[in-house]
Design a protein around this ligand. Structure first.
Ligand SMILES: C[S@@+](CC[C@H](N)C(=O)[O-])C[C@H]1O[C@@H](n2cnc3c(N)ncnc32)[C@H](O)[C@@H]1O
Length: 261
């Protein structure tokens, strides 16, 4: 881990949101104390709503994106309701641990990268395949390859090309590797951070990330990609960098953005 990594993690909105919940706790206690003294003791649900209100206010003051206010407000009552629901259904505590571990392995560093798992679909794969120049072998990588659908599809269509994916989250990476093995595919899946990959080794870099990742992606692509190579981004463009091509994929009018280097 680089020296900048802890700072980057500390700046992640999810970590800041958690710290603000802690900061809201004494404010919630003081509010409850005042209400008790005034002869209006709140219910347990009321206490969680007070906690959520303080956390939402602090998030607004701290300049977190607007949707965090809703998340911060709803988080404490949601915890209480989940707890009460589990009691009513007599769920064992291990059920919570199992769900937590599953989500952890699926989403992994999403709190830092702000790029959750969400698959593209066949129409996108068709559109990407149609963009690949025919008649010459290419090195193609899907950065953040998820369950590997696009990579496996391209490897099937273009046996002349080297197709691979890199994925940070353990569960999607494991699933994609197993799928490749079971299908006897030549596609290769690497577990890791695409920030450590040299884009200069590829003719085509495909990305389906999130708006939060696009500026840094452009800086990396501009520094590393070779003349003649292509960056393709599904759904998310890069502010101030007009793509040479925009293609409507037919998939709910979402667009494939293409930059030629
Ligand atoms: C929106 S999904 C796209 C999945 C796949 N490319 C597809 O088209 O179906 C984005 C994926 O990128 C992964 N990811 C996010 N940041 C990453 C990083 N820095 N390095 C590698 N993978 C990353 C996430 O774990 C997630 O699985």
């Amino acid at each position: 881990m680089s020296a900048a990594a802890p700072r980057r993690i500390g700046r992640a909105p999810a970590i800041r949101a958690l710290l603000l919940q802690f900061l809201a706790f004494p404010l919630m206690l003081a509010t409850v104390w005042l209400l008790v003294r005034a002869g209006m003791p709140p219910s347990l649900l009321g206490v969680t709503l007070i906690q959520g209100t303080w956390a939402a206010l602090l998030s607004w003051r701290a300049g977190l994106a607007s949707w965090w206010r809703a998340i911060q407000f709803l988080f404490p009552p949601a915890l209480l309701l989940a707890r009460q629901g589990a009691d009513a259904l007599a769920l064992p505590p291990a059920a919570f641990l199992a769900v937590f571990l599953f989500l952890l392995l699926l989403y992994w560093s999403t709190f830092r990268t702000q790029v959750p798992y969400y698959p593209s679909g066949r129409r996108v794969w068709d559109a990407v395949a149609a963009q690949l120049p025919a008649g010459r072998p290419l090195r193609i990588v899907d950065i953040g390859s998820g369950l590997g659908g696009l990579v496996l599809d391209l490897a099937r269509r273009r046996p002349d090309c080297e197709v691979g994916g890199i994925e940070l989250a353990p569960l999607p990476w494991l699933a994609s590797s197993l799928r490749a093995r079971l299908a006897g595919s030549r596609a290769r899946f690497l577990r890791g951070d695409y920030e450590n990959l040299n884009f200069g080794n590829f003719d085509v870099v495909f990305a389906y990330l999130s708006p939060a990742a696009m500026d840094a992606l452009w800086r990396k692509a501009a520094a590393e990609m070779r003349p003649g190579s292509v960056l393709i981004s599904y759904e998310f463009t890069i502010a101030g960098r007009e793509p040479e091509q925009r293609l409507v994929t037919g998939d709910s009018r979402k667009i494939l953005y293409i930059w030629h280097f």
